[in-house]
Design a protein around this ligand. Structure first.
Ligand code: GTP
Ligand code: SPV
Ligand code: MN
Length: 593
């Protein structure tokens, strides 16, 4: 097959890897429809994918991963920086030379009898000054087909790269999907990623968390920009003005849902609209006008399936109706469609297969049919509310940055930081109850600064400093205002107090008013909170101003307790935490006494 580039760095690197993994043949991914179609057919022949009902779900397929391979594996993810300190105390570190040795011995000859696919891909619109290029080598058609949805792939990427050596190298080897030898390793100094013994999402779609966050956070640190685990949305008001907001929530804490939210009836009638620019990752950089601009480096959604339905997120559901790959959901054999918990109240009964590949009956099952971290991979263009700025190579100007997580008791519905640096503090003290998006216990509170704990590719103390430095380059009146939200506060019976989903626009509305200086706020121990009557509850059944007050209440004793956890976390960094943050912590401690 004809090579798609003459770039000597690329060709040399491919030759080296061919010698290592020893494939039967090499296929260059040109991005053409014909080639994608051939690969789909081949994957169906081998049983790697199932073609679903093409009338109901055109160009949609189902894939099941190995049962031991259903989420990101954080304990087997390594930042192989030159020193352990460069990786920092929140990352697993391995000496780069040792890591290469180990990985090469695992990868050796692992493509024997298999095909090497060469995927050139662009994170961000091809040719945009904010975009970056990667090449992934993989022995998985599933990876190729997912990458072709999640990123821009094909010959045009190599054309944009030309002879440049500014590209990220990614080697993925399925090997035996052996958990004991599964490693996801990053070499920031070499712009290199090596992933072995997995076939699941964030472990193997190397453009996503591995490149667009772990490697890119290093690049941003060196080059003066930011790679963040953030959604990007635009809120259009009745006058047609659009304000853009970035939101950082940990995995499975509501980014996709917020990015595609449907305004409540009353807002819709007034003429409010919400536009999705991105649902998981944002790259941010200062623009010529001094404001912070964001692009979504991705081209699709790798969304959590369970809980997605025509009430919670109709836009996401609609996005899955065409050209989608479903992973680890229920296969309804009656009509060759898919199902997951929370889709509707009618699970398939006598003729279905669960995510493990076993017969499953929704009327008697005691175990979920779809894995809690089952996913859909859908093209962004499918989304009914995709922003007209989605392909804008300059990105969109950001008015507000919103942090958030799952906190049953502590954090109020919303609060605003006092200024940029205090906002960095608010991001740095984020914590959330863990979810099924990573292997390990679910529902345990863990510190997750800026939702980047598993994704920051270097020492997090330096990362906080980088945030502070970026703030210094922005004029105070142009810097995004920084907020924190909590959709997940619970009452004493364990029910969510806030209805969430589309209703979250009511909180975004207050946030935008704050950015515009249109509404007052109350200064409290942790920052500014709304006056409860400024949260619009018109048309919200069963919620009163008193309830909002309850959701905004600050339990000082809980906050004081919280400062201990923050202190412990900061202490891991051996004095490297920026003084601005330790001072803010002292203030919070004093305020909470
Ligand atoms: P990743 O793709 O893993 O990064 O996740 P995400 O942050 O995009 O999360 P997503 O939007 O997929 O939501 C994950 C889960 O949270 C789903 O089960 C949703 O139903 C639920 N969820 C999202 N938004 C809300 C909300 O406002 N309130 C409540 N109670 N649940 C929500
Ligand atoms: C997340 O876990 O934050 C995801 C899914 O978006 S994965 O691509 O597996 O990282
Ligand atoms: Mn994510």
């Amino acid at each position: 097959m004809e090579k798609l580039t003459k770039n000597q760095n690329v060709l040399k690197w491919i030759d080296e890897n061919v010698a290592l993994v020893n494939p039967d043949k090499i296929v260059w991914i040109d991005g053409s429809k014909e080639q994608i179609e051939e690969l789909r057919a081949e994957a169906c022949k081998t049983g790697e994918m199932y073609k679903l009902n093409q009338d109901l779900l055109p160009e949609c397929y189902l894939h099941r991963t190995a049962v031991n391979d259903v989420a990101r594996v954080e304990h087997r993810t390594f930042i192989c920086a030159e020193t352990e300190e460069a990786a920092g105390p929140t990352n697993n570190w391995m000496d780069p030379a040792k890591a290469y040795d180990m990985l090469y011995s695992i990868a050796k000859d692992s493509y024997k009898g298999r095909t090497m696919y060469v995927i050139p891909y662009s994170m961000g619109p091809i040719g945009s000054p904010l975009s970056k290029i990667g090449v992934e080598l993989t022995d998985s058609i599933y990876v190729v087909l997912n990458m072709a949805i999640m990123t821009r792939v094909g010959k045009a990427v190599f054309d944009a790269l030309g002879d440049s050596d500014d590209w990220v190298r990614g080697l993925h080897c399925r090997c035996q999907i052996d958990e004991e030898n599964r490693y996801i390793c990053h070499f920031p100094q070499d712009n290199t990623i090596i992933s072995v013994n997995s076939g699941y999402g964030g472990n193997v779609l190397l453009g996503k968390k591995c490149f667009a966050l772990r490697i890119a956070s290093n690049q941003g640190h060196n080059e003066g920009w930011m790679a963040e685990h953030m959604l990007i949305l635009g809120v259009e008001n009745p006058q047609g003005e659009i304000k853009y907001i970035c939101g950082a929530f940990p995995s499975a804490c509501g980014k996709t849902n917020l990015a595609m939210l449907i305004p409540p009836e009353g807002y819709k009638n007034k003429g409010y609209k919400v536009w999705c620019v991105g649902d998981d990752i944002a790259w941010l950089r200062k623009g010529e006008d001094g404001r912070l601009y964001a692009i979504n480096p991705e081209n699709g959604f790798f969304g959590v399936a369970p809980g997605t339905n025509d009430k919670s997120n109709p836009n996401a559901l609609e996005s899955t109706k065409q050209g989608t790959i479903f992973t680890n959901v229920v296969h309804n054999l009656d009509d060759d469609t898919v199902w997951w918990e929370g889709l509707d109240k009618n699970p398939p009964t006598n003729n279905a297969i669960d995510w493990k590949g076993n017969k499953w009956d929704g009327s008697t099952a005691t175990e979920p049919g779809a894995h809690p971290n089952s996913r859909f991979t859908s093209p962004a263009v499918n989304c009914p509310c995709i922003s007209s700025e989605f392909e804008n190579p300059q990105g969109v100007p950001i008015s507000a940055i919103v942090f958030g997580g799952r906190r049953a008791k502590l954090a109020p519905l919303v609060y605003q930081s006092k200024d940029w640096n205090h906002g960095v503090f608010v991001g740095s003290i984020m914590a959330s109850e863990t979810t099924a998006a990573a292997t390990g216990a679910v529902g345990v509170v863990r510190r997750d600064p800026m939702a980047m704990l598993p994704f920051c590719g270097y020492n997090m103390a330096d990362y906080f400093q980088h945030w502070i430095n970026i703030g210094k380059t922005l004029d105070a009146d142009k810097a995004p205002k920084i907020f924190n939200v909590n959709w997940f506060r619970k009452d004493d019976e364990g029910n969510f107090m806030w209805p969430g989903f589309g209703e979250n626009l009511r909180v975004l509305d207050w946030i935008i008013d704050r950015c515009e200086g249109k509404v007052d706020a109350k200064e409290v121990e942790i920052g500014y909170i709304p006056n409860a009557e400024d949260i619009d509850i018109d048309g919200l059944d069963g919620i009163t101003v008193d309830d909002i007050n309850e959701m905004l209440s600050i339990d000082k004793a809980l906050w004081l307790e919280e400062t201990k956890g923050i202190e412990e976390f900061y202490a891991k960094f051996d004095g490297k935490i920026p003084a601005e943050l330790t001072e803010a912590l002292n203030t919070l401690k004093e305020n909470s006494k």
